[in-house]
Ligand binder design. Structure first.
Ligand SMILES: [Zn+2]
Length: 208
């Protein structure tokens, strides 16, 4: 009898080993951005920059939503934005949250892990507002600065770190005057691979 019981226990142990073998990870990269500002001009500016961003990605990478409830990502404007390193034009952070679930299929179980990606972005209010007039002219330095800054912070939100290459979108400073070419093509190639989007058919509308 005792022998039978121990045999059963051995069987149960083996079974639970097999049962936990399946482990699946699903990634959700659905960025729904809420613009945390009462200023309609700032809200409109982010909408416009996000629309250009989606056009350059060739897919709907960012969705600007009108209520906090629909959002998983946040954009705010901060007076005298600074971190440990001193004053900043913007800060971008990526966020992931995980949910684990066991799916039972008959006698076996599969562990499903869903990873939700989101981001938190901050812009220095005075710098951003000071360049808003550039939105009227996409060839202006102000527009290039705003778009570059936006892409840079969103890049952090998509897990990019700084680059030492001055032509890289992720170089640590954003110019006020554009005398050099910025490699937006390389940047958007990364974004498409990060979002697992195949390259768009038409030419990219990158402005810089
Ligand atoms: Zn940065």
């Amino acid at each position: 009898m005792l022998n039978q019981l121990s045999r059963l226990l051995v069987l149960v142990t083996c079974f639970s080993f097999v049962a936990c073998k399946e482990y699946k990870v699903k990634e959700v990269k659905d960025f729904r951005l809420y613009v945390n500002s009462e200023d309609p001009e700032l809200k409109a500016a982010i909408k416009e920059l996000a629309a250009q961003y989606n056009q350059d990605v060739g897919a709907n990478a960012l969705t600007v939503v009108s209520s906090k409830d629909e959002a998983n990502s946040n954009i705010s404007f901060v007076e005298n934005l600074a971190d440990d390193g001193g004053s900043k034009l913007g800060l971008g952070q990526w966020i992931t949250t995980e949910q684990e679930k066991n799916n039972f299929k008959g006698y076996s179980a599969e562990k499903q892990v869903t990873v939700y990606h989101s981001m938190a972005l901050e812009f220095d209010a005075a710098n951003f507002e000071g360049k808003l007039k550039g939105l009227k002219d996409k060839t202006s330095d102000e527009y290039k600065h705003l778009y570059h800054l936006f892409c840079h912070e969103v890049g952090h939100g998509m897990q990019l770190n700084h680059s030492d290459d001055k032509a890289n979108v992720m170089y640590k400073s954003i110019p006020d005057h554009y005398s050099r070419t910025i490699d937006f093509k390389g940047y958007f190639q990364y974004v498409r691979s990060y979002l697992k989007i195949s390259a768009p058919v038409g030419p990219s509308s990158v402005l810089i």
